[in-house]
Design a protein around this ligand. Structure first.
Ligand SMILES: NC(=O)c1ccc[n+]([C@@H]2O[C@H](COP(=O)([O-])OP(=O)(O)OC[C@H]3O[C@@H](n4cnc5c(N)ncnc54)[C@H](O)[C@@H]3O)[C@@H](O)[C@H]2O)c1
Length: 362
């Protein structure tokens, strides 16, 4: 099997899909690994390290795509990469197809076997390849929010932790899953007042018992969301319905009630966003204002910390990549049903129900 590792081209992306150590493992298992030159530099890995691990370094992205049976990436393929895909190639990466109609059309036309990191399941109903990036995005969301709350960055000038004798900032987190729980942890650590909402009472119970009343937990319904959002200095969107477009849980009317200079970080933007006023932004221009509120909605937040994110991602992808090399794609998908849940497109069809539903007729 030939594995291709192209350099990521999404604006501001710094992660790479394979570390030199994963490369060494794949080569030892019998794979040929082609790494595009400088693919790992932004994550702190030099070409020399990949060469020493047994990779062949290739100057041109097109050559990597053309020669590979399996393309290993981080972010979904972007339009300049569409013509590079080979018919019936396997691509293993984050795909986020529910919010990616054009990409879906290309994958179907080229009969690509598209395995999405975000829908591979663990035996426990969790999504192990989504988890570390969600944890990173959740943790980052608070430091990003704190930054944009600063007066010089257009914010309201609220210090999340306050000081004795002043009111701390109020952080409202909608969604108490992997990203939401880690946002809560950081917000508590900074000394903010924290409110978290979810539909799943077990998630709220776990946070209530962990923080012993230090965090306010609320069932997610329109009345509770409206009440909490109206008083938020920093609002974090962190909901997910697996593989579906994110539901809009915060309306434009609710955002309009927020204090001027407050900040929204919608982590769920990669699935379309869960706040009505949000549209995707990029690392180059991460924020815009709407209704006097600063909006941050970068779909690849973990790229801000490329080194940690690359280590976090590859430590969970490694067992799956190793299986693909050892057994070949067909056998692995037949023998490991939880891994096979990652397959979103195959033989010119969308085979993942929630994605098919989100996209409708293509
Ligand atoms: N922007 C980025 O860079 C980035 C990085 C990583 C993950 N993400 C995205 O963040 C989102 C959240 O991921 P996660 O791993 O935390 O998901 P998760 O499944 O761990 O948690 C999602 C939570 O949302 C809750 N939920 C669903 N509908 C809700 C509603 N109406 N109100 C309140 N809560 C609701 C669920 O009960 C669950 O607890 C996903 O879209 C994921 O792709 C984005």
């Amino acid at each position: 099997m030939t594995i291709g590792v192209p350099k990521e081209i999404k604006t501001g992306e710094t992660r790479v899909s394979m570390t030199p150590s994963l490369c060494r493992r794949c080569v030892s298992l019998g794979a040929r690994v082609l790494v595009q030159k400088s693919a790992g530099v932004t994550a702190g890995y030099t070409d020399a390290e990949y060469r020493a691990a047994g990779a062949t370094l290739v100057g041109d992205a097109a050559k990597v795509w053309r020669a590979a049976d399996l393309i290993l990436k981080v972010k979904e393929p972007l339009p300049p990469e569409y013509p590079l895909m080979r018919e019936e190639q396997t691509i293993f990466t984050y795909l986020h197809l529910a919010a990616g109609r054009e990409l879906a059309k290309v994958l179907l036309k080229k009969r690509i076997l598209g395995i999405a990191y975000e829908t591979v399941e663990g035996g426990d109903g969790q999504f192990p390849l989504l988890k570390p990036m969600s944890q990173i995005a959740g943790r980052l969301s608070i430091q990003i929010g704190a930054y944009f709350l600063q007066s010089q960055h257009g914010g309201s000038g609220v210090l999340l932790g306050g000081i004795p004798g002043t009111m701390p900032g109020h952080v409202v987190v909608v969604g108490a899953g992997n990203s939401g729980a880690h946002a809560v942890q950081m917000a508590v650590g900074m000394g903010a007042r924290v409110t978290v909402l979810d539909l799943d009472s077990r998630k709220l119970e776990a946070l209530d018992s962990e923080y012993r009343g230090r965090v306010v937990t609320l069932m997610s319904n329109p009345a509770n969301i409206e009440h909490a959002v109206a008083d938020a200095d920093l609002l974090i969107g962190a909901v997910l319905i697996p593989a579906a477009r994110a539901p809009i849980v915060v309306s434009r009317r609710m955002v309009a009630q927020m204090r001027s200079g407050s900040v929204i970080v919608d982590i769920a933007i990669d699935q379309g966003g869960c706040i009505e006023t949000v549209r995707p932004t990029s690392h180059e221009k991460p924020v815009y204002q709407d209704s006097g509120v600063i909006h941050y909605a970068v779909p690849n937040m973990p790229a801000l910390v490329g080194r940690t994110s690359t280590m976090g991602l590859t430590q969970v992808t490694e067992p799956y990549v190793a299986l693909l090399v050892q057994k070949g794609v067909d056998r692995v998908l037949a023998e490991y049903p939880h891994f096979a849940r990652g397959v979103n497109t195959q033989g010119g069809e969308i085979v993942y129900g929630a994605v098919a539903k989100a996209l409708g007729r293509l």
